[in-house]
Design a protein around this ligand. Structure first.
Ligand code: PLP
Length: 362
């Protein structure tokens, strides 16, 4: 079987080393004589594994002791509800930054529980490129409340690298598609969260990292499985978690640690994105519509100047072992999701194909 390069936005590529480890240990996990998907989440072997996974994550993301790490159900969308349910009793009329599809989605869900103040920060330059206003110019409310934003808009390919500092605001970030791709200063945030299926592992668990003083003011009607306090008290085992997803996430944390942590990962990701954007800027045949400082390092979007060739591009790319490049239907065009596990070889292979395609049809 010849290798393919998986550019899917999520579920997405996972490290080969991790996949092989799963395969090799699948039927007899950790000498348990059963597979990982057949054992109790309360067995001592699995609990031991989760404690080590948490330790590794705390180490690679440099998470301070006063933050809980929770593994939740319900994906990132589940958090769109969990956040207002857990926090709006204390923080009234939260600010929701709108920078694209997912951040607006979070704001719309919050409307079911509160009255969010939605702030549009996505603007256009004179030559029609998208940019995000710098954080000090965000028109936030004067209220002492929380502010939700999404540092990487997965669908549009817009990333905000600037770290927020705003007086009287508890910052909450949906890091679903940028978590573990670069260093972040956790102590600038009240909470960050991410679904698993981009840079962490298979769908099924959702990572929440939350400062401990934010727990305990949950609204009365909140489902127990979305209650951060209950999840913290039960070590994220209020009910049966997705053991398999948690296990794979643990392997990915270990993989990152052994590679040299986020310093190494970030350097590698910068290099991968730089190569691809540099090529994009050198041709008129493909076009990215985002200003350089907001170009995503994880989801690189572009359009073909001849739009009618888009489907053919995707089809021929697949024949050349390049999978998952079709852009989201909302924005069209092409999207190359190049998460941590995408090797530089995959980027070079993509660029070679793009050159070939331009030569043939340009
Ligand atoms: C994928 C994604 C989501 C949705 O995640 P689900 O687990 O499918 O709910 C939300 N926000 C961002 C930024 C994403 O990339």
């Amino acid at each position: 079987m010849s290798t393919i390069y998986n550019f899917n936005p999520g579920p997405a590529i996972l490290p080969k080393e991790v996949l092989l480890e799963i395969k090799n240990n699948f039927l007899n996990w950790n000498h348990s004589k059963s597979s990982i998907i057949e054992i109790s989440h309360r067995s001592s072997k699995f609990i031991e594994f989760t404690l080590q996974a948490e330790k590794n994550l705390r180490y690679i993301l440099n998470i301070p002791e006063n933050y809980y790490i929770l593994f939740c159900h319900g994906g990132a969308r589940g958090q769109f509800s969990a956040i207002p349910l857990n926090l709006t009793k204390k923080f009234i009329k939260p600010d929701y930054i709108n920078s694209g599809y997912w951040s607006l989605c979070a704001a719309k869900e919050a409307k079911k529980y509160c009255n969010p103040n939605i702030i549009n920060v996505r603007k256009f330059t004179q030559d029609n490129k998208v940019y995000i206003q710098s954080i000090q110019n965000w028109k936030v409310s004067y209220k002492n409340t929380y502010l939700h934003y999404c540092p990487n808009e997965t669908i549009e390919g817009i990333e905000i690298f600037e770290e927020p500092f705003l007086k009287n605001k508890i910052i909450i970030g949906d890091f679903s598609s940028t978590i573990l791709s670069r260093q972040i200063n956790i102590d600038k945030y009240g909470m960050i969260y991410a679904c698993a299926q981009k840079n962490i592992g298979p769908a099924g668990i959702t990572l929440v990292i939350i400062r401990n003083d934010l727990l305990g003011s949950v609204s009365y009607q909140t489902p127990s499985i979305l209650d951060y306090q209950l999840l913290a008290q039960s070590n994220s085992m209020l009910n049966t978690p997705s053991v398999f997803s948690w296990y794979v996430a643990g392997l990915v944390f270990k993989w990152i640690k052994e590679l040299g942590g986020l310093d190494f990962i970030e350097k590698n990701n910068k290099k991968k994105a730089r190569i691809l954007y540099k090529y994009l800027h050198s041709t008129g045949f493909y076009k990215n519509y985002i200003v350089p400082i907001n170009q995503s390092r994880m989801n690189i979007t572009f359009h073909l100047q001849k739009k009618e060739l888009t489907d053919l591009f995707v089809k021929m790319a697949e024949k050349n072992r390049l999978y998952g490049l079709k852009g989201h239907s909302l924005v069209g065009g092409i999207r190359a999701s190049i998460y941590n596990a995408m090797p530089i070889k995959g980027i070079k292979h993509l660029i070679n194909f793009m050159k070939f395609f331009e030569k043939k049809f340009g």
